[in-house]
Design a protein around this ligand. Sequence first.
Ligand code: TXA
Ligand code: MG
Length: 331
Amino acid sequence: MSEIAQAVQLLRSGGLVAFPTETVYGLGADATNSAAVQRIFAAKGRPSTNPLISHVADASVARRYAKSWPDSATRLAERFWPGPLTLVLEKTSAIVAEATAGLSSVALRCPDHLVALELLRAFDGPIAAPSANRSTRVSPTTAAHVRRQLGDRVDLILDGGACRVGIESTVLDLTRAVPMILRPGSVSREQIEAVIGPVELFGGFVREDATQFSPGQQEVHYSPHAPAYRYEPQQRRKVARWCVAHSSDQAVILSLGESELLVPLCDAMSCSHRLMEMPENPDDYAARLYAALHEADVLGVAAIFVEMPPDQPQWAAVRDRLMRATRPFKV
Ligand code: TXA
Ligand code: MG
């Protein structure tokens, strides 16, 4: 039996299958099976109040599970599917309440990955799948990341190599009078507005009324085990000083591009700390981010420092993930 056929059989019998997408690996279950969906929450240690995304093979399958399908959904699906855009729409009763945390809406997405699409076509139904990590931890961009975090909590892991995009999809709520981006991703606000006109941008986890918009978005997320600190370029000298003072403790520094100041400082002080030079292009940075945090986790370092990219629209998605994964470095 092929791996896909095996995966479909597992899904049909209420099992959990991890599969690759272009963004991150998903932990999949049949979105029409309550018991199966509950197993996702148990495996992840995820609060049942945080709704899941249902994955579909194409827009025609998506329409089966949306109570209404506005013109904007047609145009966005034509432009961005398969791809990293998730659409929130009113759901039909076929999607079980557990998958949407009791909400009347469902998040639908058609992923741009051959393995995922093959699985979805063979399954011919909606696959509920959050990122295949333990709740609040760093999302997986390789099958090895999934294995390390979930191990035998999952029945099968389909290995599709490293994820191309590297951070989770853009989530767009189409149930509102003015559509709202609930989570920024690699499909940008500008790209969406070019197709359907003005949209709003959710203020993020800093808002106290966050739960009423998108449950789960206000929580700590994407965090490695070691304390992770974000710093601005003007704080480089302080970070270098911290590293020198803590030379017995290993730290990992995710610098932005070639860090002119940190490298020579660390070299001169012969620090044992590791410098990971992150790409200066937002897409390349996103593709590298979670793998870098996983590497830091495996090293078991005492601290992780992350240089913040500039506060510009093209960095919105990466900055969103960094704001959740790190705390400010104050010394
Ligand atoms: O790229 C992705 O989207 C990945 C891959 C596996 O497809 N999936 C993913 O799932 O990131 P997850 O569960 O980690 O994040 C889904 C987010 C939730 O945090 C939730 O806030 C939002 O989507 N969401 C899901 N259903 C929703 C709904 N009905 N209304 C509002 N927000 C919803
Ligand atoms: Mg997640």
